[in-house]
Ligand binder design. Structure first.
Ligand SMILES: C[S@@+](CC[C@H](N)C(=O)[O-])C[C@H]1O[C@@H](n2cnc3c(N)ncnc32)[C@H](O)[C@@H]1O
Length: 271
């Protein structure tokens, strides 16, 4: 890699290392090393106004692990994870395939840095399948076409969009409805989403930092997050701060407060 470009399968990819990217800022909060000075500078500004960013990211990852594990244990064998992020162990396929080795996982993200590191997402079980597609949730038709090559859309699929939809501010509900319509009965929808409900002033400042760094963000109230699940059956305990979703399984994130998490998480099943 030289000066922000990388080659993937002989294609030159521009990583825009002089601009902060949400995937790399999140990687920084989680203690990863796949980030550049512009990401660390923006993440530093975010931490100055929202000191819980690292804790919120940790609580969000733990919510992903619990929801994936419970759905795999409940019998779901296909997972479509949009806005996957830079690999952070354990990744979703590792959680799903440790409960169900034959699980099929399709990952999707629009950031080329995730594509660059996708090899780590593709090392799954021999019985299962893991695949990565470079795709944008704002072009759901193309994303689904790529996923259809791997997943069977006549059988239940767990669609997860964790810490993603706040990055598509004006369109998140319409896009989600379009994706839901393609999934059969028994499918699951897993969403985590930033909220202003618990720490309104800090969250407003966090949004300003991201927007100034070139990434517009919208936070959703509980009612707005609940609306993503319209028509599907919300699993207990409903729409709650991420550490409150099956807190007995939350391990060392159980004691994270709602304000520190500042993210709702929920899972619903299509009737
Ligand atoms: C905060 S990370 C969340 C990673 C992971 N889902 C998790 O919860 O741990 C958000 C991810 O969404 C991706 N993303 C942002 N906008 C996107 C879009 N329009 N289409 C696909 N992915 C997007 C970013 O590149 C980043 O990897």
């Amino acid at each position: 890699m030289t000066d922000g470009t990388a080659r993937i399968d002989d294609v030159e990819v521009n990583l825009d290392i002089h601009l902060a990217h949400s995937a790399r800022m999140y990687d920084y909060y989680l203690g990863g090393t796949t980030n550049f000075p512009a990401d660390r500078e923006a993440a530093g500004r975010a931490l100055a106004v929202f000191p819980y960013a690292r804790t919120a990211a940790r609580a969000n990852r733990a919510f992903m692990r619990r929801s994936t594990k419970l759905l795999a244990e409940a019998g779901i064998r296909q997972f479509l994870d949009i806005g996957t992020g830079i690999p952070t162990s354990p990744n979703l396929h590792e959680v799903a395939q440790s409960a169900a080795p034959d699980a099929k996982i399709v990952y999707a993200d629009n950031d080329p840095i995730v594509l660059l590191h996708a090899q780590a997402l593709l090392r799954g079980t021999e019985q299962g399948v893991t695949a990565y597609v470079q795709a944008d949730v704002r072009a759901p038709g193309e994303l689904l076409d790529a996923a259809r090559g791997i997943l069977d859309f006549t059988r239940p699929i767990a669609l997860s969009m964790n810490a993603l939809l706040h990055f598509v501010p004006s369109d998140a509900h319409r896009i989600t409805e379009g994706l839901k319509a393609q999934l059969p009965s028994g499918s699951a929808l897993v969403i985590s989403h930033v909220t202003p409900d618990f720490a309104p002033e800090e969250t407003a400042r966090l949004i300003q930092v991201y927007t100034a760094a070139g990434t517009p963000v919208a936070a959703c109230t509980r009612d707005e997050v609940t609306r993503f699940f319209t028509g599907w059956d919300l699993m207990e305990p409903g729409v709650v701060a991420t550490p409150r979703w099956y807190p007995e399984l939350a391990g060392d994130t159980e004691h994270i407060t709602d304000a520190e998490a500042s993210c709702y998480g929920a899972v619903a099943i299509r009737p």
